[in-house]
Ligand binder design. Structure first.
Ligand code: SF4
Ligand code: SF4
Ligand code: SF4
Length: 275
């Protein structure tokens, strides 16, 4: 009888242990997958490949963050000490895949180092050097597309008519990535607005503008390209652009025009405008 009780106790203990371990595993896994799922707003280092691929390519070695921390321009000239690096290696609770590099512009933006020390050290291809080469085959930080700065007009005080050009002046690609657009203030009739306009074909997503913004919560902020950019669809054409004209011709030769006009009257109007 005693032996059978002992066996039952052993069985119960083993079962509870397995249930406990399974539950713990499940908890850890759900925590892990939550971190992965919570990634769409993450900003990666220059040259980072598509987020989906980045998550599998990055081996979480931290070499990029180390190179960023040790970059020459990171030494405070006054104190001679190193400032915090731009790149943070994600840890539990950061809501990013643990061990992968990211940055938060309002804490430390990317300073767009000319030699881009974070990229050549990456051993896995998660940071893609060829994507940062210019026509002369030289590394060019201006080629990086870490994200895109977006202006929230309702909280940007320049749109209220108050003079502010903090983001414009902070931009390393001044007058290229951000320009100031003059607009008459119809309300007062006397004053003018000078509005910051971001150009998505030039903006690198470095976040220096976000860091410099004077409002309580930045009215200009960087979002990953997948989040900040829309997509018009291949059946909309810009009749004034040669490349698009060619695309239209190709589309017509493939006799897709009828199909397009059946899809939506708006598509039809868009194409009609070209004649
Ligand atoms: S380019 Fe940006 S992320 Fe790379 S080392 Fe320089 S500051 Fe750091
Ligand atoms: S160097 Fe490359 S592989 Fe290593 S953590 Fe940075 S991105 Fe990931
Ligand atoms: S993120 Fe801001 S500062 Fe950086 S390039 Fe774009 S507009 Fe300029």
């Amino acid at each position: 009888m005693a032996t059978s009780d002992n066996n039952r106790r052993k069985f119960m203990a083993t079962t509870l242990q397995s249930v406990g371990l399974t539950a713990l595993g499940g908890l850890l896994w759900s925590g892990y997958s939550d971190e992965v799922k919570a990634s769409p707003l993450v900003l990666r280092p220059p040259g980072a490949i598509r987020e989906e691929d980045f998550l599998t390519a990055c081996i979480k070695c931290g070499l990029c963050a180390e190179a960023c921390q040790n970059r020459d321009t990171n030494i405070d000239k006054e104190t001679g000490k190193a400032r915090p690096g731009t790149l943070i290696m994600a840890k539990g609770g950061d809501h990013k895949l643990i061990g992968t590099p990211y940055f938060i512009p309002t804490e430390v933006p990317c300073y767009m180092c000319e030699d881009i020390p974070c990229v050549p050290v990456c051993p896995s291809g998660a940071l893609d050097m060829p994507s940062l080469l210019n026509e002369k085959e030289e590394l060019d930080i201006n080629k990086s597309r870490m994200g895109l700065a977006v202006v929230h007009k309702e909280s940007c005080i320049a749109f209220w008519g108050i003079q502010c050009d903090a983001c414009y002046r902070a931009c390393p690609l001044l007058d290229e990535a951000i320009t100031l657009e003059y607009r008459k203030n119809e309300r007062t009739g006397k004053h003018a607005f000078l509005l910051p306009i971001v150009h998505d074909d030039v903006c690198t997503g470095c976040g220096l503008c976000e860091m410099a913004c004077v409002t309580e919560k930045p009215a200009i902020f960087v979002l990953p390209n997948e989040v900040s950019k829309g997509k018009a669809g291949s059946h909309y054409v810009k009749g004034w652009e040669k490349e698009d004209e060619k695309r239209l011709e190709d589309a017509q030769s493939e006799e897709t025009t009828t199909e397009i006009s059946e899809k939506s009257p708006v598509d039809y109007l868009n194409i009609e405008e070209l004649y």
